[in-house]
Design a protein around this ligand. Structure first.
Ligand SMILES: Cc1ncc(C[n+]2csc(CCOP(=O)(O)OP(=O)(O)O)c2C)c(N)n1
Length: 352
């Protein structure tokens, strides 16, 4: 099982680009060669997201989290792999409502994120924003957006500002396969390529937009080709393998930093849970979900490599899990006892 899962991962990334020749010039290998420390960090960071999301699901079930709650479980390799390619606190991240993993990957405090989910004053938006409305200037995280696709023009605008100021900062716009069909995405593509803006469009193709399968909603299901008419290069990537994500991410970051303009990365990934906590996910079979979990789980892949390479023992990996669980438990405890915002907060932070 261990060998099969690892072997299955070899050579899965495939380039599908409007300008493959140019993008491949300084190309890195299709799978990044991760060091022991990098594998351990990827394992830790993905596990933190997984355990955090599991706990958020529990708190939602207990009625401590209200409104909507969109979990990222299954997709962890995408954001962790991309974050390995950029500068923490410098390069910018903007995403949708499925955003807790992105916040943790940029280094935001799990306590502040969980307390925002439960609507407490120690939350990132003082408990007034909830799951879809968190920001961190320090970590260069620009939300958290409930309007499907809205994050894409925002990341493009950030890239415009970065270019205008002459910095080499790159902005990352994460969005789903459903969002990819929106008009505002193509307006953004046009401006980004016209002005050669340093923005990476990361399509998280998790196969469904709410209950609608990609093939039912998209005329062109190869999202890496969506920039062809604008001349924006793109690649399809195995988004369940953190090594593939890192290799492709580094190519895209290099492309942007060299002043070549935008880049599209289609991350082929999968969400294990429903669209949100209130979705029983009847549009797909349990077998389909189970197969992804068994054969492609991003965390299990790293765990198996660490063991096979004798880079970590089972006990060491258990101890990482224990530490991660402690961090998440502390965040959940804080998010349960921290007071709600004072009523007077209703009148602060309101744009008039
Ligand atoms: C403009 C807009 N239209 C519709 C919705 C309702 N809605 C929320 S999530 C969603 C599906 C988006 O799917 P996708 O972009 O694939 O992202 P995923 O949820 O799979 O991460 C829809 C239609 C919305 N929030 N905003």
């Amino acid at each position: 099982m261990a060998e099969r899962a690892v072997a299955q991962k070899r050579g899965r990334t495939r380039a599908s680009s409007a300008k493959p020749a140019e993008t491949k010039k300084n190309a890195l290998p299709e799978l990044a060669d991760l060091s022991r420390d990098e594998e351990l960090k990827a394992y830790h960071d993905m596990l933190l997201i997984r355990r955090f999301e599991e706990k958020a699901g529990q708190l939602y079930g207990m009625g401590l989290i209200g409104g909507f709650c969109h979990l990222y479980i299954g997709q962890e390799a995408v954001v962790v792999g991309m974050q390995m390619c950029v500068k923490d606190g410098v390069d910018q991240v903007v995403t949708s409502y499925r955003d807790h993993g992105h916040m943790l990957a940029t280094g935001m405090d799990p306590k502040g994120v969980m307390a925002e989910l439960t609507g407490r004053r120690g939350g990132y938006s003082k408990g007034k924003g909830g799951s879809m409305h968190m920001f961190s200037r320090e970590k260069q995280f620009f939300g958290g957006h409930g309007i499907v696709g809205a994050q894409v023009p925002i990341a493009t605008g950030l890239a415009f500002a970065n270019k205008y100021r002459g910095s080499d900062t790159v902005s990352l716009a994460y969005y789903g396969d459903g969002a990819a069909n929106q008009g505002q995405i193509y307006e953004s593509f046009n401006m980004a390529e016209l002005w050669k803006l340093p923005v990476i469009y990361v399509v998280e193709n998790n196969k469904y937009a709410m209950g609608t399968a990609v093939s039912r909603a998209s005329a062109q299901t190869d999202f890496s080709k969506r920039g062809v008419s604008f001349g924006i290069p793109g690649e399809q990537v195995d988004g369940m393998d953190v090594r593939a994500v890192k290799a492709a991410g580094e190519r895209a970051v290099e492309w942007c930093r060299q002043g070549n303009g935008p880049f599209i990365l289609e991350m082929q990934t999968y969400r294990y849970r429903g669209h949100s906590m209130s979705d029983p996910a009847k549009y797909r079979s349990k077998d389909e979900v189970q197969k992804m979990r068994t054969d492609h789980d991003p965390i299990e892949q790293v765990r198996l490599r660490l063991i096979e390479n004798e880079w970590a023992s089972e006990d060491e990996l258990k101890s990482i899990d224990k530490d991660v669980r402690a961090v998440v438990a502390e965040a959940a405890d804080f998010a349960s006892v921290d007071p709600e915002p004072d009523v007077s907060e209703l009148w602060t932070d309101v744009l008039k």
